[in-house]
Design a protein around this ligand. Structure first.
Ligand code: URA
Length: 208
């Protein structure tokens, strides 16, 4: 597996604003959307294009368009939806899947409560979205679900990753590249990334 840390100064700047506890819900939501757009630019950097004939107002020409089936974003509920908005600003025609997981309090393992994926997932570039790669268990379970549905070309985008999460995810899915804005120190005893940015879902949706 490869982990790409997107170190663009605008990404670093926006991530600092996200980490700041003083950032409001409205600000947090707007900045996640902006940073998603920048991460989306990186994760789609090597998408294939094909030459198609068009005519400018002055003459015909061959020009590049994205090749193949529309790509597919898969949001891991609920914080993935924050990243989804920015990704769709960038690729409005993309298909979208959603996967909902909760953690079983007894086993601490992720349990799926919702999954809806578009058709033809085997032929699509799939980009999985979850701002926090903490234990890595939810992301690994979501990718396993996508693979069971036929997904083969899969990438993962997060904003902050813990080394433990990267290790667990890599063990489960060595074929899936991870794009993140930062790798932090590690997890605390509650499974939060330190220093992190807190609970991404709560900060996005104002539930705390
Ligand atoms: N999920 C979050 O939203 N934040 C963390 O730090 C870990 C998991």
């Amino acid at each position: 597996m490869t982990v790409t840390i997107v170190g663009h100064p605008l990404v670093a700047h926006k991530l600092t604003l996200l980490r700041d506890r003083e950032t409001s819900t409205a600000g947090f939501r707007r900045i996640v959307r902006e940073i998603a757009l920048l991460m989306g630019y990186e994760v789609t950097r090597d998408l294939e294009v094909e030459q198609v004939p068009i005519s400018t107002p002055l003459e015909p020409m061959m020009a590049p368009l994205l090749a193949g089936k529309k790509l597919c974003f898969v949001s891991i509920l609920r914080a993935g939806n924050g990243l989804l908005d920015g990704m769709l600003d960038l690729v409005p025609a993309a298909r979208v899947g959603h996967i909902g997981l909760y953690r079983d309090p007894a086993t601490l393992e992720p349990v799926e409560y919702y999954a809806k994926l578009p058709d033809g997932i085997a032929e699509r570039q799939v980009i999985v979205l979850d701002p926090m790669l903490a234990t890595g268990h939810s992301a690994a379970a979501a990718v396993a679900r996508i693979k069971r549905a036929g997904g083969r070309r899969i990438r993962m985008v997060c904003l902050v990753a813990a080394p433990e999460g990267i290790a667990a995810f890599e063990a489960a899915h060595p074929d899936v590249e991870v794009f993140t804005a930062a790798v932090d120190r590690g997890l605390d005893e509650h499974g939060y990334i330190r220093p992190g940015l807190g609970d991404a879902g709560d900060r996005l949706f104002g539930t705390k």
